[in-house]
Design a protein around this ligand. Structure first.
Ligand SMILES: [Zn+2]
Length: 84
């Protein structure tokens, strides 16, 4: 249960990591709900439409760099995609 599956590495601070996660998820049609802290090193937000997740993770040993990942980045939102 230690595999986060982080597939994108940005090397940014927490605020910017959160912002990028929101923007990237939105570009795929997701509508993220509120961020929930899993622990000191991980925050998770789920799409309100399809339930897929995005997260930011601060790897052990790195006190400043947050990484962005999530299964919501692997595909567009099933319910939000194609809107308009
Ligand atoms: Zn979605």
């Amino acid at each position: 249960m230690s595999t986060y599956g982080v597939n994108d590495v940005y090397g940014v601070d927490e605020l910017e990591a959160t912002g990028r996660a929101v923007v990237e998820a939105h570009e795929r049609g997701h509508d993220l709900g509120e961020w929930r802290p899993i622990n000191e090193r991980m925050r998770v937000a789920g799409c309100r439409l399809c339930g897929q997740l995005v997260w930011i993770v601060r790897p052990p040993g790195d006190e400043e760099t947050w990484r962005v990942g999530g299964n919501a980045f692997n595909a567009g939102c099933e319910r939000g995609f194609g809107k308009g």
